[in-house]
Design a protein around this ligand. Structure first.
Ligand SMILES: [Zn+2]
Length: 359
């Protein structure tokens, strides 16, 4: 009987190579990620995401973001040539948000939803995506974001500036016009709060910056690095929660986008360009994702241990298969990754640096 059990364990070891089925600790979030790559091929009878080619025009007269078009608010967009920023017509936070009434129970607390919500149009071209822009044009976007950060962070009410892009219908974006959003809020978003806590603890224990140590670990290993130059690094971290959870980081520590020197900002623009092309080339389709800039709070405190970086959370696990966040992720709060970061990073690294539409 004992022999039979031992045999079963050995069979499992043979079947699943080291690293394909294990718990990996996510140091920036202090949580376990379940790497379960042995499940990737399991049968799937659920929804498939279709991506028809669908010709998108350069200009769409019904688009709220195209130059010269009126928006919901009645305001007419400028006839802009490069990057265009405006206050969101459907703000989630606003400087004139109402004062909430007293809570019904002393257990519950509320605050006015104060802050600034903005939209950043990346290009006047309705059918453009950042993946098809030049590094110079991407750098122009980053430059505008630096200016936005400086302006918004200076506001007393604003304690954090969240900058992000939701791309693709599967993450709820029906308008293809390339754009990102800025939420400058009185509160600090939860993921950033976690990173601050973890980075502060690491700094107190080691006098070192946690994300810089992660960059060193990734460089030393090398298997998950997708692209690098003198100033920045693109990789899928060892503890990735999503199949293609790419991180882009400057090698040196800066707390936020506004602190980046020009050369580093230009390097990040090139890193973004190459990353986005590789993602699109992977399955020869516009790759949907949520891209977030992780930046230190702007509450007046110093954050020498916070290392600015960009994270991608793409929702597809295979070309037409959505990764559903369900019981473990939403219900339990820990992620299951059906792939190994080593394999997905190798797959991305192997992609050409010329966009498939421009071959
Ligand atoms: Zn448009």
């Amino acid at each position: 009987m004992l022999f039979v059990i031992t045999c079963g364990v050995n069979e499992i070891k043979d079947q699943f190579p080291s690293g394909s089925w294990e718990l990996r600790h996510h140091p920036l979030r202090d949580e376990w990620v379940v790497i379960s790559a042995h499940r990737q091929g399991r049968p799937w009878l659920g929804d498939r995401v279709e991506h028809g080619p669908g010709e998108i025009p350069v200009f769409d007269s019904t688009c709220y973001f195209c130059p010269g078009n009126p928006r919901v608010s009645g305001v007419v967009n400028a006839d802009y040539q490069q990057v265009f920023v405006f206050d969101n017509d459907h703000p989630c936070v606003a400087m004139d948000a109402p004062e909430p009434g007293p809570p019904a129970n002393p257990l519950y607390h509320s605050q006015p939803a104060r802050g600034v919500s903005r939209v950043v149009c990346f290009s006047p071209q309705h059918n453009m995506t950042m993946a098809e822009m030049s590094a110079k044009d991407i750098d122009a976007i980053l430059l505008v974001l630096q200016e936005q950060f400086a302006e918004l962070a200076a506001l007393d009410t604003v304690n954090h500036v969240l900058m992000f892009e939701n791309k693709g219908p599967v993450v709820g974006v029906s308008n293809p016009h390339p754009h990102g959003q800025i939420y400058a809020t009185s509160f600090v978003f939860k993921h950033i709060e976690n990173e601050v806590r973890q980075s502060r603890a690491h700094f107190q224990q080691t006098s070192r910056v946690l994300l810089a140590d992660i960059l060193d670990a990734e460089t030393a290993d090398g298997r998950r690095i997708i692209w690098e130059d003198e100033d920045s690094l693109v990789f899928i971290p060892w503890f990735a929660r999503y199949a293609h959870e790419v991180f882009i980081a400057p090698r040196k520590t800066y707390p936020h986008i506004h602190a980046l020197p020009d050369a580093t900002r230009r390097s990040l623009a090139e890193a973004l360009r190459v990353t986005l092309i590789k993602l699109d080339n992977l399955w020869r389709m516009p790759f949907p994702y949520i891209m977030t800039f992780h930046q230190a709070p702007t509450d007046g405190a110093e954050y020498p241990y916070f290392h600015f970086h960009i994270e991608f959370q793409p929702p597809l696990r295979q070309p037409n298969l959505l990764k559903y966040l369900a019981g473990p992720e939403i219900g339990g709060g820990n992620y299951l990754n059906d792939t190994t970061p080593e394999a997905t990073a190798a797959g991305l690294k192997a992609q050409a640096e010329i966009h498939y539409r421009h071959e």
